[in-house]
Design a protein around this ligand. Structure first.
Ligand SMILES: Cc1cc2nc3c(=O)[nH]c(=O)nc-3n(C[C@H](O)[C@H](O)[C@H](O)COP(=O)(O)OP(=O)(O)OC[C@H]3O[C@@H](n4cnc5c(N)ncnc54)[C@H](O)[C@@H]3O)c2cc1C
Length: 397
């Protein structure tokens, strides 16, 4: 049981919470981070398979970072990690059509593309759904056959009703940095580096936020309480809603409106020679039980290959997921050396989201309470950090 007082308390040790803590540390503050689970990084979750040749990592959640991730790169720079970035192989994504693995261009209808070409210069993303915007841009058939499934794979959920401007926001690139990269042991290396020197209590789920003497009184599930001048919630919207229900009921009910998508992620390790699957960046599912497959081929390591399948929720049991995985890899069950599964969640953003967030921000104005995460600008790691940086500047200045 804890009872203490801090200046800045951050709830959640995903990249948003850790990023905010690092920004605070940069300004000479000593933030306290509380994390419900024993894992640091939230949706960044690198698994280490044990093999006789040493650990072999695979990403169960976030997997790719780009040189347009300015806030992340700043965090990596200040934690001495910029020179550790690992390049990725130049491999292509393929698309799984039933039992066939096809190239993406082979599925495109080029006549339809030619017909819609003039629209490339006229289309506006604002106020339009992904289906509407991209469907007009590349044609309805091409959207249904190729781009729709590819975008579902990007956000690991049906993307059609996402606001078009929540995907692929233009951000400046740092040309001197690798275009796409990971860490020496996957993205978890970045998390570990960013978390160094921060005060983090894991397995400490927060239960409720109330008004306190100094600012807020934060109640923990173990009965402990922490007084904080300023609090930042870096958790999913439904979790933030629960924590704020008594303190700000109308804000909580607006946050309740934001849906969350469930993803059943399942990673397998096989010996390199056991599957004939060509080397791929990943696989896009087309009307399949999975949205996508993320491959370790991008960062090859002799002897083994690993694949993480991101399945639609509630369709297959753990065993039938393995059966589908074996079909796609073209192997028997006995070829699976090891497997691990994890339930992931991501926000399912919808049209009108920007207005909701503007309303949320008006409620937070002038309060020493911050809200951040992957449900503001967009769902990527950098989108989360862009929001985090904005909230940090508002709270701390
Ligand atoms: C399968 C998948 C693939 C992805 N691929 C990519 C990719 O390639 N590139 C990319 O840029 N992005 C990717 N993303 C998105 C990106 O990884 C996430 O959006 C980002 O990591 C979210 O960070 P966050 O800190 O905002 O939230 P989270 O990572 O969800 O962190 C929230 C944290 O809060 C903790 N928490 C919850 N409740 C409490 C409580 N009551 N008290 C204390 N702590 C609590 C949770 O345990 C968690 O650690 C992917 C996501 C998934 C799921």
């Amino acid at each position: 049981m804890t009872s203490r007082s801090v200046d800045l308390l951050i709830v959640g040790a995903g990249i948003s919470g850790l990023g905010m803590a690092r920004m605070a540390k940069r300004q000479g503050l000593s933030p306290l981070v509380l994390e419900a689970s024993s894992h640091l990084g939230g949706a960044i979750h690198t698994h280490h398979f044990d093999t006789p040749d040493g650990p072999f990592w695979a990403e169960l959640g976030g997997h790719t970072c780009y040189n347009s991730y300015g806030n992340l790169l700043e965090l990596l720079e200040e934690t001495g990690q910029l020179n550790t970035l690992q390049a990725k192989e130049k491999l292509r994504y393929k698309i799984q059509i039933g039992d066939r693995l096809e190239s993406i261009p082979s599925q495109l209808n080029f006549l339809e593309l030619l017909g819609v070409l003039p629209r490339l210069w006229m289309s506006q993303k604002a106020g339009r759904s992904v289906r509407d915007y991209y469907g007009r841009l590349i044609g309805r058939r091409n959207y249904a056959q190729v781009l729709g499934p590819a975008l579902d794979a990007v956000v690991c959920q049906p993307a059609a009703d996402f606001p078009a401007d929540a995907l692929f926001r233009k951000k400046p690139r740092r040309k001197e940095v690798l275009r796409s990269y990971t860490g020496p042991m996957g993205l978890q290396s970045f998390v570990t580096g960013i978390a160094t020197d921060l005060e983090i209590q894991t397995q400490t789920p927060v239960k409720m936020i109330e008004k306190g003497d100094a600012g807020y009184c934060v109640s923990l599930h173990d009965g402990g309480q922490i007084e904080a001048n300023r609090v930042a919630l870096a958790v999913a919207p439904d979790v933030a809603a629960d924590l704020l229900r008594d303190l700000m009921p109308s804000l909580a009910s607006r946050l309740d409106e934001i849906e969350m998508a469930e993803i059943e992620s399942h990673a397998v390790l096989v010996r390199a020679g056991d599957t004939q699957l060509p080397e791929v960046a990943g696989i896009i599912g087309h009307e399949d039980d999975f949205f996508s497959v993320v491959s370790r081929d991008l960062v090859p390591q002799a002897g083994y290959r690993a694949f993480t399948f991101h399945f639609r929720p509630g369709r297959l049991s753990e065993q039938t997921r393995l059966t589908r995985i074996c079909e796609v890899l073209g192997v028997d069950n006995s070829a699976i050396i090891s497997s691990v599964s994890l339930n992931n969640r991501l926000p399912a953003l919808r049209l009108g989201h920007a207005d909701r967030i503007a309303w949320v921000d008006r409620q937070l104005q002038d309060l020493p309470l911050g809200l951040t995460g992957n449900w503001f600008q967009g769902v990527s790691i950098e989108d989360s950090l862009v929001r985090t940086s904005q909230e940090f500047n508002r709270l701390i200045g």
